[in-house]
Design a protein around this ligand. Structure first.
Ligand code: NDP
Length: 278
């Protein structure tokens, strides 16, 4: 029941109609009988949107495309890992003694990626090849470094890949150098394999046996060709839906200070994805 005491949460982006986050968070509120609602907040004027969010005393907000970078200068504080990644996807609000609402920006994409991989392998001391140099690759790469993983980067556009590797202070590998690499973890952080081009694969299938664990952050389809080929070669596989789910459960922890009902959120995600595919 929405009433005068309902706490407000939402997702700020443009567009946001496709987002599965409302389904995940609202299912969790219902399960835990929390008087709260999570709503879509589609806006292009970021300053006005943030002023409105503060004016209505939102308890927590997710941030998505295209605002993850542009919102950073408007915030009161930024978490150090989000600062390195250069993007925030979560806003946490705290009322200060002077009555002002203080807004901190964090990034839970890396927490979601680390949690997904940690279910498959011990992260500290492992090495990981990350394919990609876009926003998601940055989150995965800086996050894995936080967990003590030795990161290596490869990207289609070499300049962009080398730039990221320099920021991470880690090696960049050319396409030829990939042939000789052995590493515990492979992460596809490119959009290759995403619907509708589900036949595409971001790395030669024959090289997949050089890795123990293969994670694809693409989540539509849930089982990508990369994951199928990796499983056929004996690798442990981690679907992108896990990262999506665990970045949301990390937001819940930040906003509510308690563990999220993960299986309820997983079911809402699965249902939302299959509805989108119909
Ligand atoms: P960006 O546009 O920022 O980056 C895209 C990356 O994919 C770049 O490295 C780009 O290389 C590479 N790429 C695109 N097309 C090709 C191609 N044909 N061949 C080789 N490389 C290619 O996107 P994001 O980083 O934001 O997102 C990447 C993917 O991650 C998307 O599919 C998105 O849905 C998914 N994602 C999943 C999340 C999850 O929770 N599971 C969270 C966030 C994103 P180049 O630099 O050469 O252009």
């Amino acid at each position: 029941m929405i009433n005068g005491r309902t706490r407000l949460f939402g997702i700020l982006g443009n567009p946001v109609a496709h987002s599965l986050s409302p389904a995940l968070h609202n299912a969790a509120f219902k399960e835990c009988r929390i008087n709260a609602v999570y709503v879509p907040l589609a806006a292009s004027d970021l300053e006005a949107a943030l002023a409105g969010i503060k004016a209505f005393s939102f308890a927590g907000v997710s941030v998505t495309v295209p605002h993850k970078v542009a919102i950073m200068p408007l915030l009161d504080a930024i978490d150090p890992v989000a600062e390195k990644i250069g993007a925030v996807n979560t806003l946490v609000f705290k009322r200060k003694a002077d009555g002002r609402l203080h807004c901190t920006g964090l990034n839970t994409d890396w927490i979601g990626a680390n949690a997904s991989l940690a279910e498959a392998i011990r992260l500290s001391g492992a090495s990981a090849l990350i394919l990609g140099a876009g926003g998601a690759a940055r989150a995965v790469a800086f996050g894995l470094q936080e967990a003590g993983v030795r990161v290596l980067i490869h990207n289609r556009s070499e300049d962009r890949g080398r730039k990221l590797a320099t920021q991470l202070d880690c090696p960049y590998l050319t396409a030829n150098e990939l042939h000789d690499l052995r590493a515990e973890i492979l992460v596809n952080a490119t959009s290759v394999g995403m619907e509708p081009e589900t036949d595409a694969i971001p790395l030669e299938a024959d090289l997949l046996s050089n890795f123990q664990v293969v994670m694809d952050i693409v989540y539509a389809p849930v089982e990508t060709r990369l994951l199928r080929e990796a499983a056929a070669r004996g690798c442990k596989t981690v679907p992108g839906t896990n990262m999506l789910l665990y970045q949301a459960t990390a937001q819940w922890r930040l906003w509510l200070g308690e563990e999220a009902p993960v299986e309820v959120m997983r079911a809402a995600l699965t249902e939302g994805l299959s509805r989108q595919q119909e």
